[in-house]
Design a protein around this ligand. Structure first.
Ligand SMILES: [Zn+2]
Length: 568
């Protein structure tokens, strides 16, 4: 400890928002260089390596092969898949001295597909699963939460290539099991949820979430069956398209009302003495295929990931005021589906069920009442385009109502299909010498993020409580008074026994008060403390566990055996 670079802090650093970030800074594991960019100090790097080692061992055991790809990637490959344009501002783009475009890799589908299309020609060499543990880059608009949302971060990414969907399915299950082993070995409590595939795309995907009350993500979990999904992708089981075909129950004729001064859905509903669930929220989006109108109930939140899927578009953003005026002939805030022509309308499943609805009149300061689906407007598409709520019913069993848990996404597995291989002509020759497109899967784990998620899941008022596998050192030897030769002698002896046995062991030889030393060791989160103090006059030392404070007095010459038993 007297030599280790562990610059602990007494105060909570101002830059940190979440507890795990605060603790990693305070306990001297990481230091910020710039927004979203961190140095791992000796303790932090040991934890990072502990995660990597478990990941590497389990991936190797699963039959995957480790490679190491560059971070600096030529734009040409990204242009082949269209992601050079699609990826937007999160891609770190640079030019070399010859003005050629490059990017710093945020993910490696293009690079690995290029490698495999050149290296593998025959079905005989498939399937393969290649992985790497490497630094990734993402120009986050708001880097935050330390290692959770950085601009430079450590990832394990794996890519598999197959001759059939069944073969991909087999490897996907193999990776699923491998991920379970990894997170179990790391001592983390986790859940697997159905997820949105986002910019990686392809078909089905699942996320591994480390559970933590303060986690950034919400998990929707059905208490009646095994359904679990991220907030982004949780389905709504209550309304099916078939249920919501036209109701047309409004008996009253349409009525236009002046609603001057009301802006929000709540204000409009209050002004018209009704509730937000009677209103139809009308949002106008621009997509690569032109503008669309999306309708959700006033008390619901539109889910853009779902809307993208329902529309089958890649690019979706809220329309500018100019486009809104062009589409509705009215300023922002008064849009409604009634009377709109020549534009695609998408309605959430719940919208056609609204009776005597209220919506914008496509006229400044006006709304219309007693709107009814079928009679007054129609949608081109009806589907699930909103965020699920706790009060919604599970889409799988249609019985349970969601429990909401919180967690941190640490892993994501995807069935990509032919999304990349088709665009990049990644083909092989089958048994009949026919050219076929390879089918792909990809599998990621955030290495630094997993380390921080462990802290978010396991800490107390004194500091970090590392699970054994992750702890930078498993054991700390603490002589209560370093100036007493007998104490130091026993401490040195146990220390050298530990080192000899290959135990990650730390000796706190600093000439500080015992209280200060113990405070630091607890802040750092070392699982086993060997405290050498008063009991030494009876030949005994104290072994204390960080996790639950359990204390045991053991003869000093038995200390190492006791430690080994605890580690086993
Ligand atoms: Zn269910």
């Amino acid at each position: 400890m007297s030599q280790l670079v562990v610059p602990t802090l007494r105060e909570d650093p101002r830059e940190a928002e979440v507890v795990s970030h605060k603790l990693l800074l305070r306990a001297g594991f990481i230091r910020r260089l710039a927004a979203g960019i961190y140095t791992y100090l000796p303790l932090g790097f040991r934890v990072l390596n502990n995660v990597s080692n478990v990941v590497r061992q389990e991936m190797d055991k699963a039959g995957a092969q480790e490679v190491f790809m560059p971070s600096l990637l030529p734009a040409e490959l990204w242009k082949e898949t269209g992601r050079w344009d699609m990826y937007g501002k999160e891609l770190f783009r640079i030019k070399d001295r010859h003005e050629r475009d490059f990017c710093l890799g945020p993910t490696h589908e293009e690079v690995i597909t290029d490698l495999v299309r050149n290296a593998i020609r025959s079905y005989r060499n498939l399937p393969v699963n290649l992985y790497q543990i490497q630094t990734k880059f993402r120009d986050e608009i708001r880097p935050r939460f330390g290692l959770m949302r950085g601009r430079e971060f450590m990832m394990k990414d794996a890519y598999s290539f197959h001759t059939s969907q069944e073969d991909l399915e087999k490897e996907y299950q193999n990776m699923y099991k491998t991920y379970c082993s990894i997170f179990e070995r790391l001592g983390l409590k986790y859940r697997v949820v159905e997820a949105d595939s986002g910019l990686i795309g392809g078909g089905f995907s699942q996320e591994f979430m480390v559970l933590a009350d303060t986690g950034e993500e919400e998990l929707f979990v059905c208490p009646k069956c095994d359904y679990a999904a991220s907030r982004e992708s949780a389905g709504v089981g209550e309304f099916r398209v078939a249920d919501s075909q036209s109701t047309g129950t409004s008996k009253n004729a349409l009525k236009e009302v002046h609603t001057s001064g009301t802006k929000t859905i709540e204000e409009v509903a209050a002004f018209l003495k009704t509730s937000p669930d009677k209103t139809i929220k009308t949002l106008i989006y621009e997509t690569e295929t032109g503008p669309v109108v999306a309708l959700v109930r006033g008390d619901h939140a539109l889910n853009e990931a779902k809307l993208k899927r329902v529309l089958g578009v890649q690019d979706l953003r809220l329309a500018s005021e100019k486009v809104i005026e062009k589409v509705t002939k009215a300023p922002l805030g008064f849009s409604g589906p009634v009377g709109l022509k020549g534009i695609k309308i998408v309605a959430d499943n719940c919208v056609p069920l609204i009776e005597n609805g209220i919506t914008g009149a496509n006229k400044k300061d006006h709304h219309i009442m007693d709107v009814s689906y079928g009679r007054d407007y129609k949608a081109d598409l009806i589907g699930d385009i909103r965020f699920a709520l706790c009060s919604d019913v599970c889409p799988k069993c249609k019985k349970g109502k969601f429990d909401v848990l919180r967690g941190i996404e640490v892993g994501h597995i995807f069935k990509l299909g032919t999304k990349y291989s088709e665009k990049m002509k990644c083909v092989y020759l089958d048994e009949n010498n026919q050219e076929k497109t390879m089918i792909m899967g990809c599998y990621g784990i955030g290495i630094g993020r997993t380390a921080q998620a462990a802290v978010e899941q396991s800490f107390d008022k004194d500091g970090i409580v590392w699970p054994m596998t992750l702890a930078p050192y498993k054991v700390a030897i603490i002589p209560v008074n370093s100036s007493i030769p007998e104490q130091m002698e026993v401490a040195e002896k146990i220390y050298s026994q530990g080192r000899g046995a290959g135990v990650a062991i730390l000796l706190d030889d600093r000439e500080l008060r015992a209280g200060v030393k113990l405070k630091d060791i607890d802040l750092i989160g070392i699982p086993i403390k060997v405290i050498i103090g008063k009991a030494l006059k009876d030949g005994k030392v104290e072994i204390k566990l960080r996790k639950n404070g359990e204390v045991k007095l053991v003869p000093e010459d038995r200390a190492m055996d006791e430690i080994k038993a605890l580690l086993a």
